[in-house]
Design a protein around this ligand. Structure first.
Ligand SMILES: Cc1cc2nc3c(=O)[nH]c(=O)nc-3n(C[C@H](O)[C@H](O)[C@H](O)COP(=O)(O)OP(=O)(O)OC[C@H]3O[C@@H](n4cnc5c(N)ncnc54)[C@H](O)[C@@H]3O)c2cc1C
Length: 304
C-alpha cells in the first residue's frame, strides 16, 4: 500500500472520520413496503490501542537491550496491525533495535501468514453491522463458531412496521420474478399482521397458551407464533464481532466461488471495508471476477 494512503488511514483513526461502510439503497413496493437488494456493511468498531502502559514493562529490562525505545518507532500503523504486531513480538521479546520495525510491518505480517502463526491475529477484534441481508444469509453466517460473536434481530420481539425483505439478485432483472417477489412480500406482511392482530385479540380474551405476566412476554408470545410464516427472504440485521483471524476464515469460505451468491456479495463488501482498516491483515486476498459477473475472493493463505 502506498505510504500516503497508509498515512491517510491512520489520520482517519486519529481524527475519528467515519469507519468504512457500504450503504445500499432501500426500495419500496407500490404499497410502500421496504426491501433491499444488496447487503449493507458498516464497520462500527476497531481496536483502540494505547501501548504507553507497556513502557514500564519495557523499562524493566537491562538498558543495553534498548527495549525502552520500543515505543519510539516513528512509523504509525493502524490499530489492528499495531496490536497484533505488539502481541506477536512479545512472543520472542522482540523489543530491541533488531526487531522488525513498523515500516516493515508488511514483511512481518507476510511472515505470520506464511508460517501459519495466525493466533496473533486473534487480538484484533472488529465489529461489523450487516443489514440488507436475509435470514438465510445469517443462518449461514452464524455457522462460523470460532472467534465470532453475533447479535441478530429477534423475530420474537420485532415485527410490524420494521419488517423488510431482501430481493434475490436472480429476481432483479426478471420482470416476472420481480413482480412475484413484490406480491409475495406484500402478501406475507398482510398475513403476518393479520395473524398478529388475531393472536392479540385471543390474548386479550384470556387464551391460556398466549398468557404471560410481563408485557414484553405477551408480545413475544404473539410474535413467536406469527413469525412462523416469515420467509427466508426476510431481512435479518446482525452485529458481528470477529477477530481478524476469524474474519479471514469467513472471507475465504464465503468469498469462494462455491459460496452462495448473497453471502459472497456480503463477504466481498466486508472485505472491502476490512481491507481499509487493517490493510496488512487482509492484503493477500485477491478479487476474482466470476463468470456470472459477481466477485469472489482468493488467497494463497486460506488457513492462517
Ligand atoms: C460453499 C459452502 C457450502 C456449505 N454447505 C453446507 C451444507 O450443505 N450443510 C451444512 O450443514 N453446512 C454447510 N456449509 C457450512 C460449513 O459446513 C461450515 O459450517 C461453515 O462454513 C463454517 O465453517 P467452519 O466450521 O470452518 O468455521 P468456524 O466454525 O468459524 O471454525 C473455524 C475453524 O476452527 C476450527 N474449529 C471450529 N470448531 C471446531 C471444533 N468443534 N472442533 C475442531 N475444530 C474446530 C476448524 O479448523 C474450523 O475450520 C457450507 C459452507 C460453504 C462455504
Amino acid at each position: 500500500m502506498l505510504e500516503f494512503e497508509r498515512k491517510k488511514l491512520i489520520e482517519t483513526e486519529i481524527y475519528e472520520k467515519p469507519l468504512p461502510f457500504f450503504n445500499p439503497e432501500v426500495y419500496e413496493t407500490h404499497l410502500g413496503l421496504s426491501y433491499l437488494r444488496e447487503p449493507g456493511v458498516a464497520i462500527i468498531s476497531i481496536p483502540y490501542v494505547d501501548l504507553r502502559g507497556a513502557q514500564g514493562f519495557l523499562d524493566g529490562f537491562p538498558r543495553e537491550l534498548e527495549f525502552f525505545k520500543y515505543l519510539e518507532d516513528p512509523t504509525p500503523i493502524p490499530s489492528s496491525e499495531a496490536l497484533c504486531k505488539f502481541a506477536g513480538q512479545l512472543c520472542f521479546l522482540s523489543h530491541g533495535p533488531q526487531r522488525t520495525m513498523n515500516k516493515d510491518a508488511q514483511k512481518y505480517f507476510q511472515n505470520i501468514k506464511e508460517s501459519g502463526h495466525g493466533s496473533v491475529l486473534e487480538h484484533a477484534n472488529i465489529s461489523i453491522l450487516l443489514w440488507g441481508v436475509s435470514r438465510s444469509l445469517t443462518h449461514e453466517l452464524v455457522r462460523h463458531r470460532a472467534g465470532f460473536g453475533f447479535s441478530q434481530v429477534s423475530q420474537r420481539y420485532v415485527g410490524g412496521r420494521t419488517l423488510r425483505f431482501i430481493e434475490r439478485p436472480e429476481y432483479v432483472d426478471d420482470a416476472f420474478l420481480h413482480e412475484l417477489f413484490e406480491d409475495r412480500i406484500e402478501r406475507t406482511q398482510r398475513e403476518y399482521e393479520g395473524i398478529t392482530d388475531y393472536l392479540l385479540e385471543k390474548q386479550k380474551a384470556g387464551s391460556e397458551i398466549l398468557s404471560a405476566d410481563r408485557k414484553t412476554d405477551l408480545r413475544k408470545k404473539v410474535r413467536q407464533a406469527a413469525r412462523s410464516l416469515l420467509p427466508n427472504e426476510t431481512e435479518a440485521p446482525i452485529v458481528v464481532t470477529g477477530n481478524a483471524r476469524a474474519w479471514r476464515h469467513f472471507l475465504n469460505m464465503r468469498g469462494s466461488e462455491h459460496a452462495e451468491i448473497e453471502i459472497r456479495r456480503a463477504a466481498f463488501e466486508t472485505y472491502r471495508c476490512l481491507s481499509q482498516v487493517a490493510p496488512l491483515l487482509f492484503e493477500d486476498f485477491g478479487v476474482a471476477h466470476l463468470p456470472d459477473g459477481t466477485h469472489g475472493l482468493t488467497t494463497h493463505f486460506p488457513k492462517v
